[in-house]
Write a protein of this length. Structure first.
Length: 91
């Protein structure tokens, strides 16, 4: 059901606030159980960018889930630290 909701969001070009909320809830809470971590992280970054462009604070919730997913997936800590610094700079 959630994948169908995502495809409808992209099909009808819905605004950034709703996209960041759906991406945060789906890829941050549900999809990482059965999707590859890299796919979840990439889509959470998309949710962060759309939330940032729309002025929504849900983008930073996506950033939290990006960090969580990166740690679980075994991403290099050097690049993760740079990404965290980027998020903190935007706060």
């Amino acid at each position: 059901i959630a994948k169908n909701a995502l495809s409808l969001l992209e099909r009808f070009d819905v605004g950034g606030d709703q996209i960041s909320g759906v991406f945060m809830n789906f890829y941050g809470r549900i999809a990482w159980h059965y999707e590859p971590f890299q796919v979840c992280g990439d889509n959470l970054r998309r949710g962060f960018e759309s939330g940032l462009s729309s002025g929504s604070n849900l983008g930073f919730h996506c950033a939290f889930h990006v960090i969580k997913t990166a740690i679980i997936s075994g991403e290099k800590l050097d690049s993760l630290l740079k990404e965290i610094d980027y998020y903190l700079h935007l706060l």
